[in-house]
Structures are given as structure tokens and as C-alpha cells.
Ligand binder design. Structure first.
Ligand SMILES: *Cc1c(COP(=O)(O)O)cnc(C)c1O
Length: 391
């Protein structure tokens, strides 16, 4: 009999009932150290007092009105994002997938309005992840996500990660945009070298196409910059955001330049919930913390510490781990044994990590995690690796 919850997830037998900072408390009282943060969502940890206050204060006033009216908190968050980034304009969504949908629509509308309606194709990369909608799975293109769900939406191509020749060959007169994650998340924590991101920007400029960055996982302070592309010193035309921006409340956004977004006038797109007062109140509170030089400097300092500790862990367990990869507090360990076994062994030491492709375990802790907690997490991982060695 089919379970009452559609069984699309392989769930671990853990029920967390409370969270405090970087800690998750299981129904039986055990305290887990959380290096998953709900897949890079709880950027300020669990139950951060400022987020709780922002949400409850807004909840006592007004939850929802629709976008038929002005929404002051939405205006405030948009102004702050525009102020802090390359973007001239913002549309709010409730998830990364929805941000992907608008990013693609916006790119196509841009060329439609520029009298180049044939430019509809989006070039994406193997191993990428852009959400589970029909467009999101067509963009990423992996068999794992697309099999059985045909016919796939047309207008998407994938080229191998890091294959310059294939990318150049894929661009033609129908290309509208290149869509890429500056650090692949689901694909196994694979950062794109700064030089490559610069090269992509140049290529888009030369060929007159748009650059869409998917910063749903790597954005909002995760890599030690407010957005990951800042490391390369370039800016996109369109950027997808979600996950960390809501700190745990469902909130996403598409940020864009005026040039890219010019065609999106009244009636061209919409969302009932997108940009609702609750989400935007929390988003403003997240920005209060994350969009400050002091906070980002701390993320970088802690990231350096964590990376160093993880390098030591790899050296100590050469039969379990091969490599540390990633950027900022978006780190991965490539495993010699099944990554899912490492994640399970982690649970036994009361540590939460997340598997990713390429046999990697992902570590995406709350950005507020302390150095002491990082040291504790690595020592739990050390214990987990030791049990796997003696198993
Ligand atoms: C999680 C993720 C998405 C999809 O976001 P949802 O909120 O699950 O719809 C898209 N792109 C990237 C890079 C992601 O990590």
C-alpha cells in the first residue's frame, strides 16, 4: 500500500523536533550537530532569535494580501538586494524551482523583445541541479531526474562541466542564455574556477547572450561572499536565489539587470505567495546579518578553519576519504566508501551531513556555527570514519 506521504524520498529514521543554532534535537532527546542546515537553508541556524522575532512580529500583524497591493516588507527587501548586488530589480518566489522558471522566461522574453525570437535555447551543464519542475529537469537533463517524465520541454542543452570546446560548439543562433551554478551543489560541491566564470562572462558578451547564475545553494553568504560570483569579479544578467535567503522560511528571488528584465511588464509573470509579508520580513532579518562585512569575514575565517580540519581528517583516514572540495562553508568530502554509509555512520555519532553526487558528503553548516562546533563536528566525523574502517 502506498504510504500516506508520497514516497519520493528515502528518509533517515530521524525525527527532529527542535533546533537551537547548529543543533537539532531528536524526538528521543539526542542532540545532533547539524552540518546540513536543511540543505543550505538555515543560514543563521535554527530558531535564531532575530528571525523568530521578525516572523512572529509580522505574523501578529498581516500574513498575506497578494501582489495586487503594495507590500512594504517586499519593497524593503527588494531595495536591500538591489543595493547589495549587481541587480536593478527583483521578483520574489517561494522556492529555487520557481526562481528557475522565471529566469528562463525572462531570458526568452528579453530576446523576443529584441527582435531575436529565435533565441530561446538555454545551455546548462552536466551534473547541475535547477529544481524539479518540468523546465528545471529539462535544464539539468540528467537521466535520474528526467526518465519517465517525457516529453521533455524543448530548448535545453547540456554540455560537460569544464568542457570549453563543447560549450563553444553548443552556442548557435538559437542560444538565449548560459545557465550555471558557480558552485555545483547536488552535483557534488564542484566550484567553478574564477577564471572559468570570467571566461563565461566574456563569452556571453561576445556572443550576445545572457548569463544566468543559479545561486540557490551557493548564494547568501555561503561561500564567504554575499553571492559566489563576486569571487570572480563578474556579474550575471539574471540570478536565481532561494534557500538561505529565507533562513528556513520558504522564500526565493530572481535578481536581474534592467536590460535583462526590461520585457517583464505588468501581466507577464506572477505568483500568489511570492514576496508575502512573512517571507520578506524574515528575508530582511537574514540580510541584516549576512550582508555585513563582519559576518562574511567570520564565514571566511571559520571556513578556513573547517577546511584545515577536514584536510587533517582526510590525511588520517585515507581509506575512507580522498579529497576536500568546495568554497567557504560549502564543503564536500569525496569518499572511497559509499557516501551514504559515511552519512549513516555520522548519524551514529550524532552528526548530520548530506550526500551529493560524485560520492561526496556535503557540509553546509549554519553560517553562524562556532569554531568549537566545527571542531566537534570534525571529531564526530573522525569517529564515524574510524567505525567504518573497523567495520
Ligand atoms: C535546491 C536547488 C534548487 C531548487 O530549489 P527548491 O527550493 O528545492 O525548488 C535549484 N537550484 C539549486 C542550485 C539548488 O541547490
Amino acid at each position: 500500500m502506498i504510504p500516506s506521504i508520497l514516497p519520493t524520498y528515502n528518509r533517515a529514521p530521524l525525527s527532529f523536533v527542535k533546533g537551537e543554532g547548529a543543533w537539532l534535537i531528536e524526538a528521543d532527546g539526542r542532540r545532533f550537530l547539524d552540518l546540513g542546515a536543511g540543505i543550505a537553508v538555515n543560514a543563521l541556524g535554527h530558531a535564531h532569535p532575530d528571525l523568530v522575532a521578525a516572523l512572529t512580529e509580522q505574523a501578529g500583524k498581516l500574513w498575506h494580501t497578494s501582489n495586487l497591493y503594495q507590500i512594504p516588507k517586499q519593497q524593503e527587501l527588494a531595495d536591500r538586494l538591489v543595493e547589495a548586488t549587481f541587480a536593478d530589480t527583483v521578483f520574489f518566489t517561494n522556492s529555487g524551482t520557481e526562481s528557475c522558471e522565471l529566469a528562463i522566461k525572462m531570458a526568452r522574453k528579453h530576446f523576443f523583445d529584441a527582435d531575436q525570437p529565435e533565441r530561446t535555447d538555454i545551455i546548462a551543464f552536466e551534473g547541475s541541479f535547477h529544481g524539479r519542475s518540468s523546465a528545471g529537469i529539462a535544464a539539468a537533463g540528467s537521466e535520474k531526474m528526467t526518465k519517465g517524465f517525457g516529453p521533455l520541454l524543448p530548448g535545453f542543452k547540456q554540455v560537460p562541466w569544464g568542457d570549453h570546446d563543447a560549450l563553444h560548439a553548443a552556442i548557435d543562433d538559437n542560444t538565449a542564455a548560459i545557465l550555471i551554478e558557480p558552485v555545483q551543489g547536488e552535483g557534488g560541491i564542484r566550484p567553478l574556477p574564477d577564471q572559468c566564470l570570467k571566461g563565461l562572462r566574456d563569452l556571453c558578451d561576445q556572443r550576445g547572450i545572457l548569463l544566468i547564475l543559479d545561486e540557490v545553494q551557493c548564494g547568501v553568504g555561503r561561500t564567504g561572499r554575499l553571492f559566489a560570483h563576486e569571487w570572480a569579479g563578474i556579474t550575471p544578467d539574471i540570478m536565481m536565489v532561494a534557500k538561505g535567503i529565507g533562513g528556513g522560511f520558504p522564500l526565493g528571488a530572481v535578481l536581474a539587470t534592467e536590460n535583462a528584465a526590461a520585457g517583464m511588464g505588468a501581466g507577464t509573470h506572477g505568483s500568489t505567495y511570492g514576496g508575502n509579508p512573512l517571507g520578506c520580513a524574515v528575508g530582511c532579518a537574514v540580510m541584516d546579518h549576512v550582508a555585513t562585512p563582519e559576518f562574511l569575514a567570520e564565514v571566511n575565517r571559520k571556513a578556513g578553519f573547517m577546511r584545515q580540519r577536514l584536510e587533517g581528517l582526510v590525511a588520517a583516514h585515507p581509506d575512507i576519504f580522498t579529497d576536500v572540495r568546495g568554497l567557504g562553508l560549502m564543503l564536500g568530502l569525496t569518499c572511497k566508501v559509499a557516501n551514504t554509509d559515511v552519512v549513516k555512520a555520522g548519524y551514529d555519532t550524532l552528526l548530520v551531513t548530506v550526500p551529493a553526487a560524485d560520492n561526496v558528503i556535503r557540509m553546509l553548516p549554519p553560517l553562524t556555527i562556532t569554531e568549537g562546533e566545527i571542531a566537534e563536528a570534525v571529531s564526530r566525523l573522525d569517529a564515524a570514519a574510524t567505525t567504518l574502517e573497523t567495520a
